[in-house]
Ligand binder design. Structure first.
Ligand code: 16G
Ligand code: ZN
Length: 551
């Protein structure tokens, strides 16, 4: 069958005759579902080529457009480590996706031949063991696009495994397990996470059982894949006293993916989901919203006025990093030179940055928007916690930190230093709750719930610091690529004069805590303006002035 290459949305508004290009963007190829068939076929072939290039490993592809509308779709590629595509290879993937129309099959044949000549000696054996796992979210277009992907993998002579419907982090986890020789089944995923949760929340004999009434958390599943998957996870954790009350599971006539529901809606609008009966919950109810592929989460508490106290990614990073840091300190005599570091983006509320700097004794690292940048930087820490304000994030333990924790546990046990043993076991069990490949909403919920339950004076979520008022605004311009930034998107390099204008506006606000930046979106045709200040009105004035400067 020949696969037609339909035209995706054009990025260049200027020259109508110029070919439209697919860009890998901040998180994979993403556009209207109908334009994606041939891209999926080629991306499948590319994932197969990656499996071969690694000498016959398993790679993966997820068909999803995350928090975007139901009519969109996209693909994300997964490396054998379970991680995302190395940035250096995005260009190659783009070349393949943008190759001339009509003959995807010919190009795939060429790619296949190129692979064979690149490593002629072991090409045959690499071919034999190479595999690609393909999964999709619940979008209607998913089945056909997964089929196109599987066909692309087959065209390379590589085994294609249809993993059905899965969250993005699940598929990453399956790929990771397949390559380290661990059980890559869905069952094993729930078993690992729930066993980790059980171990992390287990009470000692001398602790008062009466203190522990278990916990219930209300979850807005965004009418997406989380609806099904969280119900399986819920069954696995129920015996350990954690109950999920799942709303917006995508199984009702009114269900509509990411539409007035989900983490993007709740975080951007600072408001409760429009469906799922959140308005009827008692004030102070602990709730979570995830997105359409379950790789991000934000918490919130309902307020008496029907609003939300948002606990965004910045707040979650603080909760997790401070908890880890406290355990590291408790284990201090046995666990030397292990530091907990946090990675943020320019969007992180200044109050969170100040708080973390004080608590951890060092300023968090700041990197450009997009999970790949945060993840990469977090790997440089012993224990690296990263979150975007929008809820993408996780905690990473370096291999040497994991080893140091193991060794220290033995030493502390020998010394019968039980408080230290307890702290070290908590760090070990936290690693079992955490999906080791990528940030994962399901795993994040278990970690946060366990931390809240294990902390004697449980902090009210979101009570660490008070957010500075802030605002994000979209500005549509003729050509957003004219704006170039540096210093982790905090400063504009081009067009000339714009940064000076922003600086002058911020200075004129006469507010020492006023901060602003401008960056071109990586996912939409617009420029984003972020402003924070100590007062709402200051934020508004400053935003208005900067928008004028950008236009
Ligand atoms: C993508 C990114 C997200 C980022 C957002 C920014 C991943 C998995 N997703 O959704 O991290 O916050 O883009 O969008 O990396 P923007 O460039 O349009 O502001
Ligand atoms: Zn997502």
């Amino acid at each position: 069958a020949t696969v037609k290459h339909a035209k995706p949305r054009r990025e260049d508004d200027g020259d109508r005759s110029a070919p439209t290009r697919f860009a890998y963007g901040t998180a994979g190829f993403r556009t209207t579902a109908t334009a994606l068939r041939s891209t999926c076929f080629r991306a499948g072939a590319f994932a197969a080529a990656r499996a071969m290039a690694h000498g016959g490993k398993t790679t993966g592809m997820v068909v999803t457009a995350s928090h975007n509308p139901a009519s969109d779709n996209g693909v994300k590629l997964v490396e054998p480590s379970g991680g995302t595509l190395p940035m250096a290879l995005e260009g190659v993937a783009e070349m393949l996706a943008n190759a001339e129309d009509g003959d995807a099959e010919t190009q795939v044949r060429a790619l296949r031949e190129a692979m064979a000549t690149a490593a002629p000696a072991d090409a045959a054996s690499a071919n034999a063991s190479a595999r690609v796992f393909v999964a999709r979210d619940t979008r209607e277009s998913g089945r056909a696009l997964a089929d196109a992907t599987l066909a692309g993998v087959h065209a390379m002579g590589v085994e294609a495994v249809d993993r059905g419907i899965a969250t993005t982090p699940q598929l990453h986890y399956y790929v990771y397990c397949a390559n380290v020789g661990a059980d890559d089944s869905e069952r094993a995923y729930y078993d690992r996470l729930s066993a980790g949760y059980a171990a992390l929340t287990e009470r000692d004999e001398d602790e008062d059982e009466d203190d522990d009434h278990g916990a219930t958390v209300v979850i807005d599943c965004a009418d997406g894949v989380g609806g099904v998957k969280l119900s399986s996870l819920g069954e696995a954790v129920a015996p350990y006293g954690l109950a999920f009350d799942l709303r917006n599971r995508g199984d009702e006539p009114t269900s509509s993916l990411n539409d007035g529901v989900g983490s993007d809606f709740v975080q951007k609008g600072k408001t409760i989901p429009t469906r799922g009966g959140f308005e009827n919950l008692p004030a102070g109810t602990r709730c979570v919203s995830i997105d359409g592929d379950a790789d991000r989460l934000v918490y919130f508490q309902t307020t008496a006025a029907g609003g939300v106290d948002l606990v965004d990614g910045d707040q979650l990073a603080v909760l997790i990093a401070c908890w880890m840091n406290a355990r590291v300190k408790e284990a201090a005599p046995y666990l030397n030179d292990i530091t907990v570091g946090v990675v943020q983006t320019a969007y992180a509320n200044g109050a969170s940055t100040e708080f973390l700097t004080r608590e951890l004794g060092a300023a968090p690292a700041c990197v450009p928007t997009g999970v790949k940048h945060l993840h990469h930087r977090a790997e440089e820490f012993d224990i690296g916690v990263y979150f975007e304000s929008n809820g993408h994030g996780t905690a990473l333990f370096s291999p040497s930190a994991s080893k140091a924790i193991e060794d220290a546990t033995v030493e502390a046990l020998v010394a019968r230093d039980m408080p230290a043993v307890k702290a070290l076991l908590a760090l070990t069990n936290a690693q079992r709750v955490i999906n080791p490949s990528v940030g994962d909403a399901m795993s994040g919920i278990l970690l946060v719930e366990a931390i809240l339950r294990r902390t004697v004076k449980a902090p009210r979520l979101g009570s660490f610091y008070k957010d500075l008022p802030s605002r994000q605004t979209k500005v549509v311009v003729a050509d957003r690529t004219k704006i170039q930034t540096f210093d982790a998107e905090r400063r504009v390099a081009e067009p000339e004069g714009l940064q000076d204008a922003i600086d002058a506006i911020v200075r004129a606000s006469n507010d020492a805590r006023c901060r602003a930046f401008v960056r071109p979106s990586g996912t939409e045709d617009c420029v984003r303006v972020y402003v924070e200040a100590s007062e709402e009105t200051r934020v508004e004035e400053t935003t208005r002035a900067i928008v004028r400067a950008v236009e």
